[in-house]
Design a protein around this ligand. Structure first.
Ligand code: ADP
Ligand code: MG
Length: 554
């Protein structure tokens, strides 16, 4: 079929072997125009066709919705075509390391409308079914009346935490993990009396997060819930001197829940400004980031100062407080087993992994453009201007532009200034005073464009963001997952899109992995990990390992 199709155009020509200057002439006996093709060109064409017969058969474009749409339509893949695990897929990004690929592009299309985490919202389960007390349910209704049904991850984590298990929860970005740990934390505090006043501020709940912005966000979610229950939540942010930290901790009434960054808490502990002796609940949010090199030493120091329960019985003793331990993240933390060996029995941790973990998000359109470094600025300016025009005609959201370094954020900012494009900038090397409040004002909508580094990719809620542009392609698949996860969140007001600029050969390696995973509808490679220990021998902690095997299918 294919060969016949390709031969047909040749049949339509009457080929004359003797080339002449004028290429098209009229034969008086035949009204059809005669196209004269030079012999060399004809031979080249024949050679190409004969080679083409031996090439792997491309996936033929079929009618219907597309999963992958490419500039070359023969590389399109329809949604209903599923490639086998070992079946080789013709990649649109194949050959992208060559300069000849410049200008090529392809998109992973939106295969479904809603975030996977929303699926369970359609079921009849309510927060009350998860075992939360009426007081906590009332606090939830007062604080967030729009949240009625639990997301999948909340349905999985809350009952386990209420039963006193340590939990490692790895679930996709924007799936509602914050409430998944805050509600059980507050319920646990209700059943634990405050012990004798301690000379130092001694929080009973601690949430450790990797950035000041995320600390502010978790505090904002926790504060109204806690205050309806009579608890005090305080945030402890770094970037300021020890005097400021002392001031943050000194205020009355005593703190029940502390939301802190490792830097600030580490300083406070070393200066004996805070005690973790009364801790009953410890959360490491965005645990994969907290376990990376830049934080590991500080986090290990903080964990040394806490006492984590060995068994659920130990959690029950109100006069000898031991902490329940929760680790949450959007990618499965590598090396978590090693950390757990030092602070708790890895067997005592129930692992919850969502079936969509490490998958290419099915509800977000992701476009990959192969271009030269010098083309990135004009392309970005055009994208922003197009988006701006769309904003004027209909509902649309904000734009996040990710760069790989603080200096690129600054440089790009000056360029956008030259183009009179108003924006905000956020990067880790800014002085704390400048950095404070930037993400909040972006969330409030004071500016529609934020240029940032990966500090804005971890955990920050951005339901009003419509477009993520990876101006620099991320250096790891984890970073790609986190950046792309700023759109298409539970509660997102607009459908999300991610646009990626691909310039370097090492970018192409990652793009090919992402494209292959999307075409095979499987998880991204190299991210699967486990706590690696066998299931517990201790019957008190006979927590089931929830579907560590589901990591494969998307
Ligand atoms: P994650 O920590 O998994 O990235 P968040 O906890 O930041 O996600 O929640 C993402 C968004 O989903 C937030 O805007 C939050 O208000 C919203 N959300 C959380 N739980 C629910 C729910 N049960 N129903 C509707 N929206 C929810
Ligand atoms: Mg989060």
């Amino acid at each position: 079929m294919a060969a016949e199709g390709v031969m047909r155009p040749l049949v339509a020509f009457r080929v004359l072997l003797t080339p002449r200057r004028g290429l098209a002439t009229r034969d008086p006996e035949n009204p059809l125009p005669v196209v004269r093709i030079p012999r060399a060109l004809q031979q080249k064409q024949e050679l190409r066709l004969s080679r083409g017969r031996n090439l792997p058969r491309p996936v033929l474009a079929r009618p219907g919705r597309l999963l992958v749409s490419a500039r070359r339509p023969e590389l399109n893949q329809p949604v209903r075509l599923t490639l086998g695990r070992w079946e080789s897929a013709p990649l649109a990004s194949r050959g992208w390391k060559s300069r000849r690929a410049l200008g090529d592009h392809f998109s992973i299309e939106r295969a479904q409308r809603e975030a996977p985490a929303l699926r369970s919202l359609r079921s009849e389960a309510t927060f009350a079914h998860l075992g939360l007390e009426p007081r906590v349910l009332r606090a939830l209704v007062q604080a967030t009346p729009e949240i009625v049904r639990p997301t999948t991850v909340q349905s999985n984590t809350i009952p386990l935490l209420l039963r006193g298990r340590h939990v490692l929860c790895a679930a996709e970005t924007g799936s509602g993990k914050t409430l998944g740990y805050l509600l059980p934390l507050l319920q646990r505090l209700l059943s634990r009396p405050r012990l004798n006043p301690c000379p130092l501020p001694a929080p009973r709940g601690l949430v450790l997060v990797p950035s000041r912005e995320l600390a502010g966000q978790v505090w904002k979610v926790g504060r109204p819930l806690a205050s309806s229950l009579g608890f005090k939540v305080r945030e402890l942010r770094g970037g300021h001197g020890i005097g400021k930290i002392r001031l943050q901790l000194a205020t009355q009434p005593p703190t029940d829940v502390l939301v802190a960054t490792p830097g600030a808490l580490g300083k406070a502990l070393k200066s004996r400004l805070v005690s973790l002796q009364q801790l009953s609940f410890l959360v490491l949010d965005e645990v994969d980031t907290l376990l990376d090199e830049s934080f590991l030493e500080l986090v290990s120091y903080i964990l040394e100062k806490t006492q984590i329960a060995e068994s659920p019985q130990e959690l029950g003793d109100p006069f000898n407080p031991k902490a329940q331990f929760v680790l949450v993240g959007a990618t499965f933390p590598q090396g978590v087993g090693e950390l757990l060996n030092h602070v708790a029995n890895p067997d005592s941790i129930a692992t919850i992994t969502s079936s969509k973990l490490h998958c290419v998000m099915p509800h977000v359109r992701q476009t990959f453009m192969r271009l030269k470094g010098t083309e990135k600025v004009p392309e970005l300016v055009q994208i922003i201007k197009q988006h701006d025009r769309a904003c004027r005609t209909g509902p649309s959201g904000a734009v996040l532009v990710f760069c790989n370094s603080s200096s690129t954020v600054n440089w790009l900012g000056y360029i956008l200034d030259d183009h009179k494009i108003q924006h905000l900038r956020l990067q880790g090397q800014m002085p704390a005073s400048m950095r404070a409040g930037i993400f909040q004002s972006f969330q409030k909508g004071s500016q529609n464009i934020l240029i940032c580094t990966d500090i804005a990719s971890r955990g920050l809620d951005s339901t009003h963001v419509e477009l993520v542009v990876n101006y620099d392609f991320p250096l790891t698949l984890q970073d790609y997952i986190h950046r792309a996860g700023r759109v298409g969140r539970v509660g997102s007001e607009v459908p999300g899109t991610v646009i990626n600029f691909v310039t370097h050969p090492w970018d192409v390696n990652l793009v090919q992995k992402i494209e292959l995973a999307a075409r095979r509808k499987r998880s991204l490679p190299g991210l699967a990990s486990s706590v690696h220990e066998p299931l517990p021998s201790n019957p008190n902690y006979s927590c089931q390992k929830h579907d560590a095997s589901v990591l494969d299918g998307c």
